[in-house]
Design a protein around this ligand. Structure first.
Ligand SMILES: [Zn+2]
Length: 348
């Protein structure tokens, strides 16, 4: 049953200031229970429940693939009227992270969290290349910006929770899912948390068709706590597709469809080895490395000539020659052990 969040919030900041010092990294365990129970909210004593939330919540619930419209060209679609399905028991400012154990097919499941400044990581991302999510194939196409069809795609973004190389938090996702679909929502939540210090309830659910190893997509739900959803409130399904590429979701195998690819590359025919051209066509936002990978998806960027390493957003990365630029997911220690020194500008 849904509750009026306003009644709780109008009760006088009852949950505010209750932040836990440390997020639990194992809020869920082997039982598959992924909704750690929040502290029981006290009954709202005030009848004044009208102010903060105007709209009556729409009916929400479990999303099934049958309810998801076929992909029609947008990276995501709103579901349940964009209303996230969080209940009274979920409302908390105690941060936590809960991941489902892998199922019998090795697939990651629902991840749920209460995110806040406590969970936003201070450390750089380390390597995740050792993890092979279900359906994983390392395959590249020239029609995919950056080359690689698949990303090891975090359910709860590292930028939000600091959890990186955990197999329960990674699925085989297309670059389109990762960058065009999920990233804009993740960035919204991150900036909201950083700018307000508030908390966000957050749930990501991969949806698989029967025994497929690759998810059809992920449902993303989020609700900001302290302001009753005024800052962050969404419930969307993000498609695990890649324009121009066909995917066998049962196995992860893929092929070129020969269809024209919409988007910044402008053409389905961008020859391999023409990465400079691809970079130019991709616009100002994408900085590609010498393999055509968008460096913004990497942990670090190497200058293989000067033997310096950088954060992906360092201005020096854009300035260096593409032939010397190499995006890498290795840990800082691994990079240093290879003789690279940190850039003095971005202090990676
Ligand atoms: Zn730098």
């Amino acid at each position: 049953m849904r509750i009026a969040l306003a009644s709780l919030l109008a009760a006088g900041g009852l949950l505010l200031g209750a932040c836990a010092g440390n997020p639990s990294l194992d809020g869920a365990n082997a039982s598959g229970a992924v909704r750690p129970s929040a502290p029981t909210a006290r009954e709202a004593t005030s009848a004044d429940a009208s102010s903060q939330l105007e709209a009556a919540p729409q009916a929400t619930g479990e999303l099934t693939l049958a309810e998801v419209p076929d992909w029609s060209g947008a990276p995501s679609v709103e579901v349940f009227g964009n209303e996230p399905d969080f209940t009274e028991a979920d409302l908390t400012t105690n941060t936590y992270l809960g991941f489902s154990e892998l199922d019998g097919l090795g697939r990651a499941g629902r991840a749920v969290a209460c995110l806040g400044t406590e969970t936003v990581p201070m450390e750089e991302r380390g390597s995740i290349s050792e993890i092979k999510p279900s359906g994983w194939h390392s395959v590249s196409y020239d029609v995919v910006e950056g080359g690689s069809l698949y990303n090891r795609c975090h359910l709860i973004a590292h930028e939000l929770c600091g959890v990186n190389a955990d197999e329960r938090n990674l699925i085989t996702g297309t670059r389109y899912l990762n960058v065009d679909g999920m990233l804009p929502y993740e960035n919204r939540v991150t900036s909201y948390i950083v700018s307000t210090g508030n908390h966000v309830l957050y749930r990501v659910t991969p949806l698989y068709r029967s025994n497929d190893l690759v998810a059809q997509g992920v449902q993303m739900e989020a609700l900001s706590v302290e302001d009753g959803g005024a800052g962050i409130r969404f419930n969307v399904f993000v498609y695990n597709v890649q324009p121009g590429i066909g995917i066998d979701y049962a196995t992860g195998k893929s092929w070129r469809t020969g269809e024209a690819v919409d988007g910044s590359l402008g053409s389905s025919v961008v020859g391999t080895g023409e990465t400079d051209a691809a970079s130019a066509q991709a616009g100002d936002s994408a900085v590609l490395d010498r393999n055509g990978r968008d460096v913004s998806t990497a942990a670090y960027v190497l200058n293989t000539r000067s033997m310096r390493f950088h954060r992906p957003d360092c201005d020096s990365v854009r300035d260096m020659k593409q032939a010397n630029r190499l995006a890498i997911d290795d840990s800082r220690e691994e990079i240093v052990s290879q003789g690279y020194r940190p850039c003095g500008r971005c202090n990676p």
